[in-house]
Design a protein around this ligand. Structure first.
Ligand code: PLP
Length: 390
């Protein structure tokens, strides 16, 4: 039977760029000791305190259908957190709880794009972005950035590429580049959205992982609250990737309409999981600082390991749990390098090409194993690059 064009074209018909990742998984299943630095999965689990809160909520009976837009208590907590951090008045009516940030990305694009509309995003991009756009029937259009501008989009490119488009998706702190968008970049994003009458979808799932610069939510810029949907998540900030709790924060009428989408798709998020998330957010900053600390430390260790040579260079990692390494001096592209590194050194990293054309000749390294093994893998990667460059 014929399947829909929409479902069969989510990946754009070609490779989804995750070949190295799947190959590493196969090798691990065969018992090979592969060092896994591919995906954004913490090397710690969810804190026992959060799990206990979930357990208590479940045993206490919060196992039936939960409120579809999210429990009022969690929506209030998320709204208060956003208001405190951004200064923008935010109430539970501005919040829809979703099963993770990915569902929020899908919901946000569904809310603003009709089939055939153009949805713009920035290259390099988080791997699901083009597929998310295609899965709502919109046309995916990338703004290709450059390593020369540290992968931040320029004002001219933003203004030009968004003409006639419906939405612009941005992500700061950025996966895969680690860039934290500057105030100037965010102003240019806001200017382009206002000039060309676009919705902004701002993916802020790494907002608690900032090593340099300041995270500014573009929703807080003048004239932006009414045209911005913020995507948030507990996954990265609280090491709750498997719990699937995220949110869309936006204008009340958009959130009201998104409730209809949730009713007809996910039917909400498990109540006891939401209670665990609410507990976590009410613990103050300690949990999220504890979750972020290893990445800050490993980012510094990365800079130390790379010092004194110039075959492998780091793109300045200002935030998030990854570093982007420029290996163009080896003469290899990211995909060949990552494949060879996996075959010869049993180290799995993501080729930059998995995240778009702007990151060709780069590698994304997830800093997600303990410090000693991480540094050992990095030193072997550097030595490997030097051998290939010779
Ligand atoms: N956005 C970005 C930039 C990400 O890197 C991820 C996950 O890696 C997500 C969204 C989705 O996260 P989740 O669905 O776990 O909240």
């Amino acid at each position: 039977m014929k399947l829909s064009h929409r479902i069969t074209h989510i990946t754009g018909g070609g490779s989804d760029g995750w070949d190295v990742f799947y190959k590493a998984r196969r090798m691990i299943a065969e018992g090979k000791p592969v060092v896994e630095l591919t995906i954004g999965e913490h090397d710690i689990g969810t804190s026992p305190a959060i799990l206990n809160a979930m357990h208590d909520a479940a045993i206490g009976g919060h196992t039936g259908y939960a409120m579809v837009p999210g429990t009022l208590a969690l929506r209030e907590t998320v709204a208060a957190r956003i208001q405190a951090r951004t200064g923008v008045v935010t109430t539970p009516d501005n919040i829809l709880i979703t099963p993770g940030g990915q569902a929020a990305l899908y919901a946000a694009h569904t809310a603003v794009c009709d089939p055939g509309d153009t949805a713009v995003y920035i290259d390099p991009y988080y791997a699901t972005y083009p597929g998310t756009v295609r899965s709502v029937g919109a046309i995916a259009k990338a703004i290709v950035t450059s390593p020369d501008t540290q992968f931040q989009p320029t004002a001219a490119a933003l203004l030009e590429a968004t003409k006639g488009a419906t939405s612009l998706l941005v992500n700061s702190p950025n996966n895969p580049t680690g860039a934290v968008y500057s105030a100037d970049t965010l102003q240019a994003i806001s200017d382009a959205c206002i000039a060309n009458d676009l919705w902004l979808i701002s993916d802020e799932v790494y907002d608690t992982q900032v090593w340099e610069g300041t995270h500014i939510s573009p929703r807080s810029l003048p004239g932006m609250a009414e045209r911005t949907l913020v995507v948030g998540s507990m996954s990265k900030s609280h090491a709750m990737t498997g719990s699937r709790v995220g949110w869309v924060c936006g204008p009340q009428d958009a959130i009201e309409q998104l409730l209809n989408l949730a009713t007809h798709t996910t039917y909400g998020v498990a109540g006891f999981v939401q209670d665990g998330a609410e507990f976590a957010l009410n613990q103050g900053d300690a949990i999220e600082e504890g979750v972020a600390a290893p990445f800050r430390r490993r980012r510094d260790l990365t800079m130390q390991a790379l010092a004194g040579q110039n075959i492998v260079r780091a793109v300045p990692a200002q935030g998030a749990m990854y570093v982007m390494l420029d290996i163009r001096a080896t003469g290899m592209d990211g995909e060949s390098f990552a494949n060879a590194l996996l075959d010869e050194e049993l180290i799995a990293v993501m080729p930059g090409e998995s995240f778009g054309q702007a990151a060709a000749g780069h590698l994304r390294v997830a800093m997600t194993i303990d410090d000693a093994r991480y540094i050992d893998a990095l030193e072997r990667l550097i030595a490997f690059a030097h051998r290939k460059a010779a």
